[in-house]
Design a protein around this ligand. Structure first.
Ligand SMILES: Cc1cc2nc3c(=O)[nH]c(=O)nc-3n(C[C@H](O)[C@H](O)[C@H](O)COP(=O)(O)OP(=O)(O)OC[C@H]3O[C@@H](n4cnc5c(N)ncnc54)[C@H](O)[C@@H]3O)c2cc1C
Length: 380
């Protein structure tokens, strides 16, 4: 009898898994498994590209591909988004009211900044975590000549190093354009250091000191007064700004929050840190940003998870227990300026240690930005 796997979310993880799955099934000469990918748009955006868009270093079109063209034959794509997941019925209700039954479900619905979490954010702040926001910020930065650029960050957010990269690249771009002298950069972070990962915080501190980038810790946005251009914080200190770049705390997808017994109130799905199965439901796997795992919400984590999840999913199809285990592995490049980068790699048990920034690492990052499309097809 044919079994159906439904993957909800056609972003990095969903696309990569769907392609690797049909490849594996073909290699096993199995034609008794149907793979359905539920997306919500014709286009696929390489989100890390938004960093370069916001800083006017690249155009958005460079980071877009047609979703359908990224998929191998055998993946059935529907672009009608999932409205509700019903665990008891083992089914997904789509936005047009139709119903997709599943034998196994993979939740790969990602995360997004909640622009309404902080009062006044939409009126007073710029961001670069969505394409419209990145373009708005790009335009504002083009005209900005003097004053304070304040960078404020909420937790959790995807790609924990992206705000740091933005700050360092911003400094470099403004220097190249001979605008830096009249502009103060003030980077703030919500906890007792400049980054959640201690070695990265130390590395950032050194970079900031060398480059006259100012910083403050324990800064948690509470409210933004767009008229007065002030950020009121939970710590009771106010920060004035001339241009505010904010990364609001992220949430999981609405479909998770709108479905019974699926996720927590913020939309994260309780996930077994090793097998990547949903806790308490062996018919559901969770991939990428949608998990509640204590790891970076990043494309690289998602990439490493795909191999483990695929192995366990194939075993589940045969009625076997999950044996593959994910160790929390992540790998992130960090742009230090326009010509140099460093990287960190870490897992559940081993903290990262940034190496010295170099042009070679910058080119590795640039190369990955181009080869991302191959990794989606399971080539890398
Ligand atoms: C500015 C920026 C810079 C970044 N830089 C890096 C980096 O350098 N390195 C790195 O590793 N990561 C980086 N990331 C993070 C990386 O892009 C994400 O962590 C990664 O895309 C997560 O993959 P995912 O499959 O879990 O989610 P996504 O790729 O976000 O995919 C989720 C998909 O599900 C869709 N979806 C949601 N709800 C529904 C629904 N109801 N029905 C159907 N579809 C739905 C979403 O629209 C989305 O298309 C960056 C992100 C940003 C924004």
């Amino acid at each position: 009898m044919t079994q159906r796997i439904v993957i909800v979310g056609a972003g990095s993880g969903g696309t990569m898994l769907a392609n690797n799955l049909v490849k594996a099934l073909r290699e096993q000469q199995r034609d008794d498994v149907e793979v359905v990918l539920v997306g919500n748009g014709e286009d696929h955006l390489y989100q890390p590209g938004l960093l370069y868009v916001a800083l006017d270093l690249e155009l958005p079109a460079h980071f877009h591909r047609r979703q359908r063209r990224l998929l191998l034959p055998g993946v059935h794509l529907t672009n009608i988004p999932a409205a509700r997941i019903d665990r008891k019925e083992q089914g997904v209700q789509l936005a047009d009211g139709s119903h997709l039954a599943y034998d196994y479900l993979v939740i790969a619905t990602g995360s997004h900044p909640d622009l309404d979490e902080i009062s006044g954010f939409r009126q007073g702040a710029y961001s670069f975590y969505t394409e419209p926001e990145a373009l708005r910020l790009r335009d504002a930065l083009r005209d900005f000549r003097q004053g304070r650029i304040l960078i404020t960050i909420g937790i959790p957010h995807k790609c924990p190093v992206a705000p740091l990269e933005f700050t360092l690249l911003l400094d470099d771009v403004l220097r190249r354009q001979e605008r830096r002298k009249e502009i103060e950069i003030l980077y703030t972070y919500p906890i007792a250091r400049l980054h959640s990962l201690e070695p990265v915080a130390q590395w950032a501190q050194e970079q900031f000191e060398q480059r006259d980038i100012h910083s403050e810790i324990f800064v948690n946005m509470e409210e933004i007064d767009a008229n007065e251009q002030v950020v009121h914080t939970m710590e009771g200190i106010d920060y004035s700004y001339d241009l505010l770049v904010g990364i609001p705390p992220h949430k999981g997808a609405a479909v998770i929050r709108n479905s019974p017994d699926l996720g927590d109130p913020d939309g994260w799905v309780p996930t077994d840190r090793k097998t990547l199965q949903m806790k308490g439901d062996e018919h559901i796997f969770v991939l990428g940003d949608a998990t509640d795992l204590p790891i970076s919400k990043a494309g690289s984590t998602t990439h490493y998870e795909v191999a483990v999840l695929l192995g366990n999913l194939l075993r589940a199809l045969d009625g076997s227990r999950a044996t593959q285990t994910y160790n929390g592995k992540a790998f992130c490049f960090i742009e230090a300026d326009e010509a140099q980068a460093t990287y960190i790699t870490f897992d559940y048990d081993h903290p990262p240690q940034p190496v010295a920034a170099s042009p070679l690492l910058h080119w590795f990052k640039a190369a990955y930005n181009e080869t991302y499309w191959l990794s989606l097809r399971g080539v890398l």
